[in-house]
Design a protein around this ligand. Structure first.
Ligand code: COA
Length: 252
């Protein structure tokens, strides 16, 4: 058995300093559990769900979801089967991202936030236990070209680079509005006001009705010039899927 590249990390990322927690709460939508772990709440009627940072204890849930063919047949990116080391590396990257974010806050740098480490959706059950629901990933994508120039007259700190968003939830949580609530929170509370996003891309297969609806209801519009196709690996069923990209643009 090989050692996890994340083996050295504690389960949770914690902020001990009450002064830093208070400063973060007054400058950002981030809130803290009594343990000092940061999170971003989802609004009612989804307030038993929240966006948190990846934990060691998320790895089994993450690994199980990323190896569920009923979900993965909709996604072009991840390999299938997806080795657990990918979830472990993701934890290492996300832990480094949240550490960098809070190091910036500790030195008084509030905007733009360099990343979105709040990518895990969890549910708090009535008995206080928690369940891994899925992921909403958001980040800067330096390799993708903008489809339109940055609108004039925006605040200086906003970023020109394209951002990318994606979502995947465990099957038992589908079609209950949870992805919509999580995506709305990432866009309205984080992507625009904290990271300064000005153009966001979301890609999906044309056959993926729930995904297309999810992006369209949040103001994403399909750009015909960005249509493409994807050769589905045999292990995922084979064949070809038409792909499209939906784009959200900040208007001034
Ligand atoms: C895409 C995904 C994240 C949506 O999650 P979700 O929590 O079920 O989404 P919501 O409940 O917020 O629903 C979003 C929209 O899709 C619709 N929808 C959800 N499941 C649906 C289904 N099985 N069939 C048709 N429409 C569906 C909802 O009705 C809603 O549209 P509406 O507001 O117009 O009614 C989820 O289906 C998933 O994890 N799919 C596998 C991974 C994937 O395809 N990711 C997208 C590519 S990035």
């Amino acid at each position: 058995m090989s050692l996890s590249p994340a083996a050295h990390l504690p389960d949770k990322f914690i902020i001990e300093s009450p002064e830093l927690r208070a400063a973060v709460e007054s400058n950002t939508p981030i809130r803290f559990f009594p343990s000092g772990e940061p999170y971003i709440p989802l609004p009612a009627p989804h307030s038993q769900f929240y966006l948190g940072c990846e934990r060691q204890s998320d790895l089994p849930g993450d690994d199980k979801m990323m190896n569920d063919l009923r979900l993965m047949h909709q996604l072009a990116g991840p390999p299938f089967p997806n080795p657990i080391v990918n979830a472990q590396r993701h934890l290492v990257r996300q832990r480094a991202a949240v550490q960098a974010l809070f190091a910036g806050y500790a030195s008084g740098k509030w905007k733009p936030a360099p990343s979105s480490p709040f990518d895990v959706v969890r549910e708090i059950k009535e008995d206080g236990s928690e369940a891994y629901v899925g992921q909403v990933t958001f980040g800067v994508d330096e390799h993708t070209k903008r489809t339109t120039p940055v609108p004039e007259g925006l605040e200086e700190w906003r970023i020109e680079a394209v951002c990318e968003i994606g979502a995947v939830l465990n099957l038992e949580y589908h079609n209950r509005g949870i992805a919509s609530a999580a995506v709305r929170t990432i866009l309205n509370d984080w992507a625009f006001p904290q990271m300064g996003a000005t153009e966001i891309h979301a890609g999906c297969f044309q056959s993926n009705i729930s995904s297309a609806k999810l992006w369209e209801k949040h103001g994403f519009v399909e750009v015909p010039e960005l249509r493409g196709s994807y050769k589905v690996p045999e292990v995922k069923g084979g064949g070809e899927e038409a792909t499209f990209t939906l784009v959200w643009r900040l208007q001034n």
